[in-house]
Design a protein around this ligand. Structure first.
Ligand code: GLY
Length: 390
């Protein structure tokens, strides 16, 4: 089976690793130096170019990792060419790419969420506390939690239109489903660590670590009250969702409520969910792309997984790449996000550099292994959170 993975971050590295483990021939556009050890690289990023190349690529499947090519309509272009794709069309990707569309969709289909309003301009008398979100994709920088007057300036710096939401209290949980347009299979839950510093301090990031399973919620209930109405609702609106649906939830006293939907796998959540997946991964993805999941359930390993992200000094505001990495261990699960290989070794090449993943029979053991692995990958002035999964 020939599979093209679109993207080049740690999430795509994990996808490619797992597809390769399942015996697929993997290609990656554009991939990364690290992915080149298990995939043939296709040096393309523009959706038009990828779609034209895919026509001649004799592909059995394309798996799209990041949100930007989904929002740009790459899946539509591939489906027009009858190439099986895991990734929603542009219209379905609005569940992530337009927060106003997504909130209206949830309200219309009875999916639980915070009270909210939409505004072109931020009102002068913004209720505090609240959450202010910008409408479009913002690479994790489009949400400001306004807990006190001092947070208002950051909210006002966002571009409109805005969604102003009730601030929900509770613990966050990410739940993932593989969808085939008509149905879905739950593929695991995870908790990620969005703030830079231990104790949930510092600025928001793309994610500094994650663990799976979380085990604090009834996933069947979430499937019934959140995922099923979303999948049915998308089909009813004429934009069936095929791909990874990511529900970012708050576990409130009134039950789980949707903070956001994403139209893709999470990063770093994918790095801890994918290694726990027992079912033949490639076959399930092909079935989803063909609308043929048929209610299949994905068996997850009882093992726990913890992923620790190593980030460059200065991340997230002003990452300083170019640090030399030590000799990387070959016996650990290391998913690269931003590294380059030079003749004399590996160097950092961006903000989030890699995710070190530990597996174990308990969360504590998985964390100890992830921590030991992160130590062995440590580069000068690396930032990481020591409290991931504590
Ligand atoms: N870890 C958060 C995200 O992937 O959006």
């Amino acid at each position: 089976m020939r599979v093209l993975v679109v993207g080049g971050g740690a999430r795509e590295h994990a996808l490619a690793w797992r597809l390769r483990e399942d015996g697929a021939t993997v290609l990656a556009a554009p991939g990364s130096d690290a992915m080149a050890t298990l995939a043939e690289r296709v040096p393309l990023t523009d959706p038009k170019d990828i779609a034209s190349w895919a026509d001649q690529g004799r592909l059995d499947l394309v798996v799209i990792g990041p949100e930007a090519p989904l929002a740009a309509g790459l899946a539509d272009r591939l489906r027009q060419r009858r190439i099986p794709v895991v990734g929603p069309n542009q219209a379905a990707a609005r569940i992530e790419s337009s927060k106003t569309w997504s909130r209206a969709f949830c309200r219309h289909h009875g999916i639980p969420g915070p009270r909210f309003g939409v505004a072109k301009e931020l009102p002068k008398d913004l209720p505090v506390p609240c959450v202010v979100k910008t409408d479009g994709l913002a690479a994790g920088k489009g949400v400001v939690v306004v807990r006190e007057e001092g947070d208002l300036a950051r909210a006002r710096a966002l571009a409109g239109p805005y969604i102003i939401e009730e601030l929900l209290e509770g613990k966050e949980l990410s739940v993932f489903a593989l969808c085939d347009g008509r149905g879905f299979s739950l593929i695991g839950d995870a908790r990620d660590y969005k703030r830079l510093l231990a104790g949930d301090d510092g600025p928001n990031t793309g994610g500094m670590g994650a663990f799976s399973p979380v085990g604090e919620a009834d996933l069947r209930q979430i499937a019934d009250t959140v995922i099923a109405p979303a999948v049915d609702g998308m089909a009813a609106e004429g934009c069936p969702f095929v791909g990874f649906l990511y529900a970012g939830l708050m576990l409130t006293a009134e039950g789980p409520k949707v903070l956001e939907f994403n139209a893709r796998f999470g990063d770093p959540e994918a790095q801890v969910v994918i290694p726990r997946w027992k079912a033949p991964f490639a076959e399930m993805l092909v079935a989803a792309a063909h609308g043929a999941l048929g209610g299949a359930t994905v068996e997850m390993s009882a093992e726990h997984a913890v992923g620790i992200v190593l980030a460059s000094p200065g991340y997230p505001d002003d990452p300083q790449p170019g640090q030399r990495l030590p000799e990387l261990p070959e016996d650990g699960l290391i998913f690269h996000a931003a590294t380059v290989r030079r003749p004399d070794g590996w160097y950092t090449a961006g903000g989030r550099v890699l995710t070190a993943v530990g597996l174990g029979p308990s969360r504590d053991e998985a964390r100890a292994r992830a921590s030991a692995l992160a130590e062995r990958c440590r580069f000068a002035r690396a930032q990481w959170r020591e409290d991931v999964a504590r």
